[in-house]
Structures are given as structure tokens and as C-alpha cells.
Design a protein around this ligand. Structure first.
Ligand code: ZN
Length: 212
């Protein structure tokens, strides 16, 4: 069977299973969209936010891009952020990176060109900002994985500095930003840091290394 047919067959089986568990499952989905979390993650197919958190449809509002980067001039991300914060009023935003990230590795090694290289500009900036620490580590996985951690930190700071986030912080409405990293080898998510309205952004430290 072709892989594409398998996808459609699996979809029908899933739909039947959901209906069997709860005949109202899809009725509820049609009328209600109240996720509690905005998830910003990497596009990597091995890092599936709904599956690894067992979130049901309706649980996560999701934005993904290569290396989970936050550009304040990324209109796609900024539209998602604006909608999540001001229409859905989610109280939590997660940025989740992952060890072994190919985007981070490419930024570190400088091995790609064209649109991917352009996109990874922010990741290269992370390397520039933490070059001494990264390059003191053995080349290979250790450098990549530490850069994954500091990348989550730096993107979380970019996120905290955006106008929509600053407006919610100023309004007093509850909002917490979470920086996490996912380990492909054991399936565990490891929390690295969090930022809320009381955090002084200029004093946010680097996260502890949790892997190596
Ligand atoms: Zn990745």
C-alpha cells in the first residue's frame, strides 16, 4: 500500500475510535476552540507536540518552524502569537527545542545555503552570542545539544520582548512563557526556564545544562 493511502486509512480508523470513546467528540470540536497553550516548536517530524504531551485536539495551539526560532518580523509567527494571546487568551506559551536538532546543527556547521541559511540567521546569532561556551565543548553532539539549550533561552527572550507579550504582561493578565527541550532518546521533555511579568529580562541567566 502506498504511504499516502495509509495516512488516509489511519485517519478513518482514528475518527471511528474517537467516536466510539465519545459520540460527542467532534460536535464539541466544531463549536469550541479554547486551547490553554501556545506551542512553538521545531518542524522536525520526530517532535510531535500533541503525541508527546497526550494533548487531545483542542489542547494546543501550534506554530512550528525549523529550529523553533522567534523573529519579531515573522508575520506568520506574529499572527499566531497575536491570536493566541488576544483572542484565545492562552495563559501559557511554550518554546520547545530538541536535542539533535538538524537546524541547530546546520547553523553550527554552516553547511546550508539559500532559504534555509537565511532562515537560520537567528540560530547563527545564538552561536555568536555563546561562542566561547559552545566552542569549549567537544565538537559534535555536545556542541549541538548545548546550543539547542541556549537557543531555547534566547528565543524565549525574543518572545518575551515582543509587543503582544509585553502588552499582556502590562495588563496583569496571567501569562507564563516556558522554555523546554525534548530528548529524542527517551521521549522526556525537560523544562529549562520560565519567564513571567515579574522577570527582569536583562537578568535572565543561561539555563543549566540538563543533558551532558
Ligand atoms: Zn529541530
Amino acid at each position: 500500500m502506498k504511504e499516502i493511502d495509509q495516512l488516509l486509512l489511519a485517519n478513518r480508523a482514528w475518527s471511528a475510535e474517537m467516536l466510539c470513546e465519545n459520540p460527542q467528540f467532534f460536535n464539541r470540536n466544531v463549536t469550541e476552540h479554547r486551547p490553554v497553550f501556545l506551542w512553538i516548536g521545531c518542524s522536525d517530524s520526530r517532535v510531535a507536540p500533541d503525541q508527546m504531551t497526550q494533548a487531545a485536539p483542542g489542547g494546543l495551539f501550534v506554530h512550528r518552524n525549523i529550529a523553533n526560532l522567534v523573529y519579531p518580523d515573522d508575520r506568520n509567527l506574529m499572527a499566531v502569537l497575536e491570536y493566541a494571546l488576544n483572542v484565545l487568551e492562552v495563559p501559557h506559551v511554550v518554546i520547545c527545542g530538541h536535542y539533535g536538532c538538524g537546524g541547530i546543527q546546520a547553523a553550527l556547521e554552516g553547511t546550508v545555503e539559500g532559504p534555509i541559511a537565511d532562515w537560520l540567521d537567528h540560530a547563527r546569532q545564538v552561536l555568536n552570542d555563546h561562542r566561547r561556551e559552545i566552542e569549549a565543548l567537544p565538537a559534535g553532539d555536545e556542541q549541538v545539544n548545548r546550543m539547542v539549550e541556549v537557543n531555547v533561552r534566547d528565543q524565549l527572550l525574543h518572545l518575551a520582548g515582543t509587543a503582544p507579550v509585553q502588552q499582556v504582561f502590562a495588563s496583569g493578565r496571567p501569562l507564563t512563557l516556558h522554555g523546554w527541550v525534548y530528548d529524542l532518546r527517551d521521549g522526556h521533555i525537560k523544562p529549562l526556564m520560565r519567564i513571567d511579568r515579574d522577570t527582569v529580562l536583562a537578568e535572565v541567566p543561561k539555563p543549566e545544562r540538563v543533558l551532558l
